[in-house]
Design a protein around this ligand. Structure first.
Ligand code: HSE
Length: 443
């Protein structure tokens, strides 16, 4: 049988890694796919730039349109990133009857509904395993491996840069800015590092995970997104003293009222396996009603880990090239006509526990006032400690105290109401720091 010809858009880190993996493992890949797979065409902004891969035998062009319109190409692999030109090219490839493999999380999170609908009409596949958690086959695990379950919730460390920053802050007492600068130097961060630290990259990935877990359309705009740039070493240390570690989590949970969709710093118990996922590694915890909690761990970025997911998708596409489109695995795990309009809950309706750090004058009755306000809002306290702030230890500001309160779960709007009142108390020096807390237990 003729080899299947691949057209690559982008020959950077992931593109180069994909060429290398396809060539190095060509024989095994062909035994798995049932056909030889070759990269016949590729586009790059500058075709003369040095690369991490050999390009002999590949027809190179600086105009990506040449790849998506070339009649020889059966599968277009989009690795240029961004969601403007990438969207145009992917839609053009689909219109030309080509299957698409992409690692582009922003593209799928923001334009996936449009892209899948176009692909459906044309009877072509769009595969996107590499868009979430790099080399971890999490899309396939949820969409196919867990297809017998009702997924109850999932929580993931799905941005390596953010996890690297929090790990270094905790383990080496380093400050946020210096760790971010190192992450950029090491090439982990997105082109715009605010995408990593403000949670946008994780929100793209969470949008995709929630859709395939719950059978809902992609709704990136409805993700509540909070970054890690305000996390201080002080909170990292207090959390640790209380038995928690702070992770930047993407979390989605099905409740009777709707689906929670949120990315924010989160205290999680240190004893959970996922709390021990450090550095640039990613992990996703998925709770299914039949299987219970399951954890998927691996490299979330990098040339070959991401290429591993891209090539896995290429093999998948090649295996079903001749099958009837109606009998393929649906793009978003559920049949397109069966997607649910289950609402996405606003953050005010989300149920979670909290860590509060309160800086207050050390006066009689302050604690009583705080606990009364919490009780009035129906919020129950789990544990509490009073600390001498760092400034006190240095001998200044001796009439102030730091109070740490961990609460039981409540609805966020109750906490908003209580904090608004606590912040107006005379004895409160700065606005209360609030970080959400999740136990991530099996129930
Ligand atoms: N900037 C991303 C990360 C790369 O740090 O995880 C992979 O999507």
């Amino acid at each position: 049988m003729e080899p299947v010809k691949i057209g690559l858009l982008g020959l950077g880190t992931v593109g180069g890694g994909t060429v290398n993996v396809l060539r190095r493992n060509a024989e095994e890949i062909s035994r798995r796919a049932g056909r030889d797979i070759i990269v016949s065409h590729a586009s790059a902004r500058d075709i003369n730039k040095p690369r991490i891969c050999q390009t002999d035998g590949i027809q190179l062009t600086e105009d990506p349109i040449n790849v998506v319109t070339d009649p020889e190409v059966s599968i277009v692999v989009e690795l240029i990133g961004g969601d403007t030109l990438a969207r145009e090219l992917v839609l053009k490839a689909i219109a030309n009857g080509k299957h698409v493999v992409t690692a582009n999380k922003a593209l799928i999170a923001k334009h996936g509904n449009e892209i899948f609908s176009a692909a459906q009409k044309k009877g072509v596949m769009v595969a996107f395993e590499a868009a979430v958690a790099g080399g971890i086959p999490i899309i396939k695990a949820i969409r196919e491996g867990l297809a017998g379950n009702q997924i109850e919730w999932l929580a993931g460390i799905i941005n390596g840069t953010g996890n690297f920053i929090l790990t270094e802050m905790r383990d080496k007492q380093r400050d946020f800015d210096s760790v971010l600068a190192e992450a950029q130097r090491l090439g982990y961060a997105e082109a715009d590092p605010t995408f990593d630290v403000e949670g946008i990259d994780a929100a793209h990935k969470l949008t995709i995970l929630a859709s395939i877990a719950f059978g809902i359309p992609l709704q990136f705009k409805k993700v509540y997104t909070e970054g890690i740039s305000k996390i201080t070493g002080e909170d990292v240390d207090y959390a640790s003293e209380l038995g928690f570690t702070i992770k930047h989590l993407g979390l989605s949970r099905r409740t009777e009222q709707g689906v929670e969709l949120r990315v924010h710093p989160t205290l999680i118990p240190k004893r959970r396996l996922i709390a021990n996922v450090d550095g640039v590694m990613n992990a996703v915890l998925v709770k299914g009603d039949a299987v219970g909690p399951t954890l998927y761990y691996g490299a979330g970025a990098g040339a070959e880990p991401t290429a591993s997911a891209v090539v896995g998708d290429i093999v998948d596409v090649v295996r079903v090239l001749t099958s009837d489109p109606e009998n393929r695995v649906p793009h978003l795990a559920f049949q397109p006509e069966s997607l649910s309009d289950f609402p996405i809950l606003p953050i005010s309706e989300v149920e979670t526990a909290y860590y509060l750090r309160i800086s207050a004058s050390d006066q009689t009755g302050v604690m009583a006032n705080i606990t009364r306000i919490l009780a009035d809002s129906g919020i129950s306290i789990d544990s509490m400690l009073q600390k001498e702030p760092v400034a006190d230890l240095a001998g200044s500001n001796t009439d102030s105290a730091t109070i740490i309160i961990v609460t039981h779960t409540t609805i966020e709007k109750n906490m908003d109401e209580a904090l608004a009142k606590i912040n107006t108390l005379d004895a409160i020096n700065n606005d209360v720091v609030r970080i959400r807390l999740e136990h991530l237990d099996a129930d």
